[in-house]
Design a protein around this ligand. Structure first.
Ligand SMILES: [Zn+2]
Length: 461
């Protein structure tokens, strides 16, 4: 039985919009923070937990990541309406609209076809649109491009996730344009991520990386358009700008032409860029108000490291993600805030062999001081993938020159593929704060939306 979300969302929205503010409607302040670890499978969480503990010199298995302290946990079914193993566009649509849909589409319903420009009737409302319309402040953070599937599903409706800066049909606006033309409320209040090139014309050199051009063939400079559409808007693109952002107005920080750096590589970035925890902390300070806010924080590149068969960067990014959750817990009051931490889909990394307690999680399988061997007499690592580049000859040759804990090490894989695939197994969801008890049992991914919406718009606390 799944009873607590029977109140229709429409009536909750009327209640929220009808009041002058959270404090005035007797419900108090309500904040909802959704954390999405892109591709953060349960195996990724386990390995990152051990990795974090071992970084502190402990055996690791006993460690808890910040969100593993949360009291409410569920398993989440991630399939898309047309796919057994899903993609990030369909899964994020489920999380933020309550509607499970096809792979590859952003916040449009399952009846519309991918790649075919449909009308507004195909759109499904997102929690960010609803929050803006109801007077809440809103924020979106991602280490991926801002127009990448996970952040884009909150502000754009697109028949194809790849329409980041262009579309094949002028009746449909590209994803970057939809951010600038976002109409509910006064627009998204805080946006921190990568992906600046999608907002700049192709004839213009990128301000930070002068050798790189923008991606817009329509010649529009959407950053200038965004800035001039309202009076109190501020754009930054590097660490120095981030550190000097004003305390009021709306903030747009696009820290890379494409994706932001993996945490393992961040200190080498010439312009400098903030960590996920720093962005999360800054966003919460900025969004805090009497009525409340909705904030989504994505660690977008756990997924990219897994696709490359590179467990090291995936684990470092997962630890950085847990740090961001810890920063959010510290900066908010659970009596007025719901924090849900989940993943959009799984990956194929496994933790296997019989390594002894405290064996380095990125190392070769060893127990009792003995390194173990496969049938051919070769050593093997605890972490491996079901498929991906690790099974190719190139990766096998590269592996021989590297220690398994090297940041560039590509783990072994069973099925050779240039890009490792997503996994179809369930992911976990962890919740803390108001309405957190709604995260329980085995849930369909779109039901998480009900928990978020109920905490933000409905009920009393
Ligand atoms: Zn992916």
């Amino acid at each position: 039985m799944r009873a607590p979300f029977v109140t229709s969302l429409a009536s909750l929205l009327v209640a929220a919009t009808g009041a002058a503010g959270g404090a005035a409607d007797g419900h108090g302040t309500r904040n909802v923070i959704l954390f999405v670890g892109d591709g953060m499978s349960v195996a990724t969480v386990t390995a990152a937990r051990i990795f974090e503990g071992q970084q502190r010199g402990e055996t690791g298995e006993e460690n808890y990541l910040a969100f593993e302290e949360f009291e409410h946990v569920a398993l989440v079914k991630t399939y898309n309406t047309d796919m057994q193993v899903p993609d990030s566009a369909g899964t994020m649509t489920a999380l933020v609209t309550g509607v499970k849909t096809r792979a590859g589409v952003l916040s449009i319903g399952p009846d519309a076809e991918r790649g075919v420009c449909g009308g507004e009737e195909t759109h499904v409302e997102t929690i960010a649109e609803q929050a803006e319309a109801a007077g809440f402040k809103t924020g979106i953070i991602s280490t991926a491009r801002f127009t990448h599937a996970t952040p884009a599903a909150l502000y754009a409706h697109s028949a194809d996730r790849n329409w980041e800066a262009t579309t094949p049909d002028e009746a449909c606006a590209d994803i970057a344009r939809q951010f600038v033309e976002f109409t509910p409320g006064d627009g998204i209040d805080v946006a921190f991520s990568g992906g600046r090139a999608m907002f700049l014309p192709n004839a213009v050199n990128d301000p930070e990386y002068t050798f790189r051009n923008g991606q817009r063939i329509d010649g529009r400079n959407l950053i200038d358009e965004w800035l001039s559409a309202h009076s109190d808007r501020h754009f930054v693109f590097d660490q120095a700008g981030f550190d000097q952002m004003p305390a009021s107005g709306q903030l747009l920080g696009l820290f890379e032409p494409s994706h932001m750096q993996w945490e393992a590589d961040r200190s080498g970035d010439p312009g400098g860029e903030p960590s996920l925890a720093e962005m999360t902390k800054r966003a919460i300070e900025h969004l805090r108000n009497d009525q409340g806010f909705f904030l989504m924080v994505e660690s977008g590149r756990i997924d990219h490291a897994h696709h490359a068969g590179n467990a090291h960067r995936a684990l470092v990014d997962t630890v950085a993600y847990a740090d961001a959750v810890g920063a959010a817990v510290e900066a908010t009051d659970p009596a007025e805030t719901l924090i849900v931490v989940t993943a959009d889909h799984s990956h194929t990394m496994t933790i296997a062999g019989y390594p002894g307690r405290g064996n380095p999680i990125l190392g070769y399988v060893a127990a009792g001081g003995e390194t173990q061997k496969d049938v051919a007499g070769n050593v093997y690592t605890t972490l491996s993938y079901a498929n991906g580049p690790g099974a190719t000859d190139a990766a096998t040759a590269a592996r021989e020159k590297l220690s398994p804990d090297d940041v560039d090490y590509i783990q072994d894989a069973a099925v050779p593929m240039f890009v490792e695939t997503h996994g179809g197994d369930d992911v976990a969801a962890y919740a803390h704060g108001i309405g957190a008890e709604g995260i329980r049992g085995v849930m369909d991914q779109n039901e998480i939306y009900d928990v978020l919406a109920n905490a933000l718009f409905g009920g009393s606390n």
